[in-house]
Design a protein around this ligand. Structure first.
Ligand code: DP6
Length: 344
């Protein structure tokens, strides 16, 4: 019998992935950039996966957050198929390849609420499988087969998912642009506006955007390439004001594409809109850009800021957006850093 347990954190995109050129292989129409949260303590938003392989297991089984799920799900099967192709029989002395496996995966944050749960979940699954079968080399292309954004959670720090050009997806991989230590005072504050499951899954919504939004092609072809270059420079030179403006503009454009999708997808709600206004008001008051918002496929805000603003921002947010949850419940893992994916 062999057991592996891994944790993998979520990543927060600053240049968004939205739209696939190949649905089956999960190949995007544009590059994207994100940062990966700290997973070291397991206190921040991450997935934890345990995989057990045994010659005595009669079937393969999967539990997500304690509930048994279908092992035949297409994306899980695609990941497994690709993993099996990469297994080196010499590196696996036992007959482990033919044993059945039991997979248990848990998120310590709301699932499918637009908080990158599938990214952390599939990154963790693929990382654990790679450990189980002693797979070497880049595994971001394997994680991509589970969920596109998952490939970015394979690496820590600042990560770019290069869309790639080849039809088979062999060059559609994630690369680390810079480690966490490059920008040590960068912080992410996540404001959970609503933790219920999102109305439109990212997968379905981006498919509808591909077939109906006329803005999406322009974004992918002409806007994102320049933005990716500028974002790489902003990260490299630690230019927060430039980084923040690009982040906010890209989030706004992604949600404009969602509105341009027919029928439209509404991910942001009134509270999300007031957080956007609050961020702009705060930056105006400070007479310089100190904080940036970004939203994925849900109403929850991810704020990027630097360490010296965190206390003040949290106090103001508590004042402006009071919550019925206890302070401890509301503010988790206040020291959010970015770091490497780890095996526990
Ligand atoms: C809005 O990775 O969830 O979070 O590849 O179909 O599984 P699939 O989609 P998914 O899409 C995430 C989109 C996003 C933006 C981003 O993370 O870049």
């Amino acid at each position: 019998m062999k057991i592996v347990t891994c944790i993998a954190p979520v990543n927060i995109a600053v240049i968004k992935y939205w739209g696939k050129r190949d649905d089956e292989l999960i190949l995007p129409i544009n590059d994207s950039i994100s940062s990966t949260l700290d997973a070291k303590s397991g206190a921040n938003m991450c997935a934890k996966t345990t995989i057990m392989a045994s010659p005595n297991f009669k079937d393969n089984k999967l539990w997500l957050n304690g509930k048994e799920e279908n092992f035949d799900a297409v994306r899980l099967q695609n990941c497994l198929k690709e993993i099996k192709k990469r297994i080196n029989p010499i590196g696996n002395k036992e007959d482990i390849i033919n044993w059945n496996i039991h997979i248990c995966s848990e998120n310590n944050f709301p699932t499918a609420a637009g908080l990158a749960s599938s990214a952390a979940g599939y990154a963790c699954l693929v990382f654990a499988l790679a450990k189980l079968y002693n797979i070497e080399g880049d595994i971001s292309g394997l994680a991509r087969r589970g969920s596109g954004s998952a490939c970015r959670s394979i690496y820590g720090g600042w990560v770019k998912w290069c869309k790639g050009e080849s039809l088979d997806g062999s060059d559609s991989l994630a690369v680390q642009l810079a480690p966490t230590s490059h920008w040590p005072d960068m912080r992410i504050i996540i404001l959970v506006v609503n933790e219920s499951r999102k109305k439109h899954s990212s997968t379905n919504a981006m498919k509808t955007s591909m077939s109906t939004s006329t803005l999406l092609a322009t974004r992918a072809e002409t806007i994102v390439p320049a933005r990716i270059n500028n974002m790489e420079i902003a990260i490299k030179t630690k230019d927060f004001a430039k980084f923040a403006e690009l982040t906010m503009r890209d989030s706004n454009q992604f949600h404009a594409i969602c509105l341009d999708t027919y029928p439209p997808c509404f991910y942001l709600n009134e509270v999300s809109h007031s957080i956007i206004e609050f961020v702009h008001a705060y930056n105006d008051f400070k007479k310089s850009t100190q904080v940036a918002y970004t939203y994925d496929a849900g109403p929850n805000a991810c704020l990027y800021t630097l360490e010296n603003n965190v206390s003040e921002l949290i106090s103001i947010i508590n004042e402006v957006f009071p919550t019925s949850a206890s302070r401890e419940e509301y503010i988790k893992g206040i020291r959010v850093k970015t770091t490497e994916l780890s095996q526990v």
